[in-house]
Ligand binder design. Structure first.
Ligand SMILES: *[C@@H]1O[C@H](CO)[C@@H](O)[C@H](O)[C@H]1NC(C)=O
Ligand SMILES: *[C@@H]1O[C@H](CO)[C@@H](O)[C@H](O)[C@H]1NC(C)=O
Ligand SMILES: *[C@@H]1O[C@H](CO)[C@@H](O)[C@H](O)[C@H]1NC(C)=O
Length: 471
């Protein structure tokens, strides 16, 4: 039955996508972006793939990933254009996706994509469950050594380099990555409650024990593991602990967790929402759960910093820029935050209008009239910095010549958001430029949830008119 639902979901991508008739006029088909983005996460799968694998150029890979005591750590998602499994950004990505699924479930249902979206994130949740060995207080936060991994250009199915696993213990803790994963488990418990109560309970149990581990032994994983944690260095752990406690309160109703969330909350103004900075989510969750105006004011400050006239640089064509890495991702993440805030009644018109301007820029309201989402519209990136899709068919040789090739990637990495333009709207279709052309788990998460939010307000009649493109 479950497989049937998934197959139906996949089929609807092929068949219905073109006919999805939005109930209001939209310049871009946001539902199509949601569907394609789900496919991107299928392309990132590691481990033994199920028979219904919808990405024909992907096969089984890294099936022997394991921990130091032989624990099975196969499965999960590859990080980005590389083939490491990093739980810090990945747990944030799954949480943002789950948050969108919980909040805008009606959008996923209307698109015929709810089962597929849940199946998609379950792959990574299953992997996180393998990583947390509660009785031994061991949490594996990474599989694969980035320095070794980055020397290899090829497909994951052909990897032969060592893939060491790295873990937290009470002596070398990481409240950021453990707290972030606990939050994701709790969000998963809510998302799966209706369809799979047993799985939901399993996630909730893991959320509670991992949260306890994260708060009992405090530290930043990039500090306690300075030798390995440098690729996704974490700036703090209080934000993840606040979000974890807030999701646990939402999942259990236990006021102990609300007190905890308030303890780790900060009223500082965050400069972005992303895999490292969960403070906007902490403030949004606390406002959602308490309706206390204190938190509302914090969110308003955060979004004011981001909107034009605030503290953010805008490209001439209108994209808000945080820094040079993955510019479109930051704009998409903050759009998701703005749509969430609007849903809670915080300056709805203004926030939706701003989010729409950012998503529309990403999908085509820009100087190149192109979409930064692969496979969306008729002009999009052809040479993403992504090992698997840059390789020819599975049985053929692949190596660094695929990286240096000037031809488009042989396979279309459907639904992936690339890094995005620079601060003067400039972008080149160049596989070697990983700042503007890499793809990543966290890049797509904000985009997918924001687009689900737009599909939702399209059906409720709350979608503002399209902002006039600046270019
Ligand atoms: C699951 O649903 C039941 C029945 O509505 C509810 O009592 C329970 O709190 C929910 N659990 C979670 C984790 O959402
Ligand atoms: C505004 O930008 C300045 C300069 O980049 C920075 O130092 C400051 O922290 C920012 N303020 C906020 C509230 O983000
Ligand atoms: C932005 O990108 C364009 C196109 O690659 C390039 O010509 C321009 O110099 C870049 N601008 C900055 C400020 O890096």
């Amino acid at each position: 039955m479950k497989t049937l639902l998934i197959l139906l979901g996949l089929l609807s991508i092929q068949l219905i996508s073109a006919q999805l008739s939005p109930s209001c006029f939209t310049r871009y088909n946001y539902g199509d972006v949601v569907q394609k983005s789900i496919l991107f996460y299928y392309a990132q799968r590691s481990g033994k793939l199920p028979a219904y694998n919808p990405v024909p150029w992907r096969g089984d890979s890294a099936v022997n990933d394991q921990g130091d005591n032989g624990e099975d750590l196969s499965g999960g998602w590859y990080d980005a254009g590389d083939l490491v499994k990093f739980n810090m950004p990945a747990s944030s990505a799954v949480r943002v996706l789950l948050s969108g699924i919980v909040r805008w479930k009606d959008a996923y249902q209307a698109l015929g994509q709810l089962d597929l979206a849940l199946d998609s994130v379950k792959w990574e949740l299953d992997y996180f469950l393998k990583c947390w060995i509660a009785d031994k207080e061991i949490y594996y936060y990474q599989v694969g050594d980035a320095d070794i991994d980055h020397k290899f250009w090829g497909r994951p199915e052909d990897m032969s380099m060592p893939r060491p696993a790295f873990y937290l213990t009470k002596d070398k803790p990481g409240s950021d990555v453990a707290g972030g994963t606990a939050a994701t488990f709790a969000a998963g418990a809510i998302a799966f409650n209706i369809t799979d109560a047993v799985y939901s309970q399993k996630l909730l149990k893991a959320a509670e024990s991992l949260y306890k581990f994260a708060v009992t032994y405090k530290g930043k994983y990039s500090q306690t593991h300075s030798d390995t944690g440098t690729y996704y260095e974490s700036s703090a752990y209080e934000d993840e602990l606040c979000v974890a406690a807030a999701w646990l309160y939402k999942a259990t109703g236990n006021t102990f967790y609300l007190t905890e969330a308030k303890l780790y909350h900060s009223s500082a103004t965050p400069n972005r929402l992303d895999w490292d900075n969960s403070l906007p989510s902490c403030q949004l969750m606390l406002y959602e759960l308490t309706k206390n105006d204190l938190y509302k004011g914090e969110i308003q400050k955060f979004l004011t910093v981001w909107k034009p006239g605030g503290n953010t640089t805008y490209t001439p064509c209108g994209l808000g820029i945080f820094d040079r890495w993955g510019t479109a991702r930051h704009a998409a993440d903050n759009s998701y935050a703005a749509l969430w805030a609007a849903e809670l009644g915080i300056d709805p018109l203004e926030n939706r209008n701003w989010a729409l301007s950012q998503i529309n820029y990403i999908l085509g309201d820009n100087n190149y009239k192109m979409s930064y989402v692969i496979g969306f519209g008729n002009k999009y990136p052809l040479k993403p910095h992504h090992r698997p899709s840059s390789c020819p068919d599975l049985n053929m040789y692949c190596g660094w010549d695929a990286f240096y090739s000037t031809a488009p990637n042989p396979h279309r990495l459907e639904g992936a958001l690339v890094g995005g333009p620079n601060k003067t709207d400039g972008w080149d279709d160049d596989r070697g430029d990983y700042v503007r052309n890499e793809v990543a788990l966290d890049y797509n998460a904000g985009l997918q949830s924001a687009c689900a939010g737009l599909v939702h307000i399209c059906s409720t009649g709350e979608l503002p008119p399209n902002p006039t493109p600046k270019c």
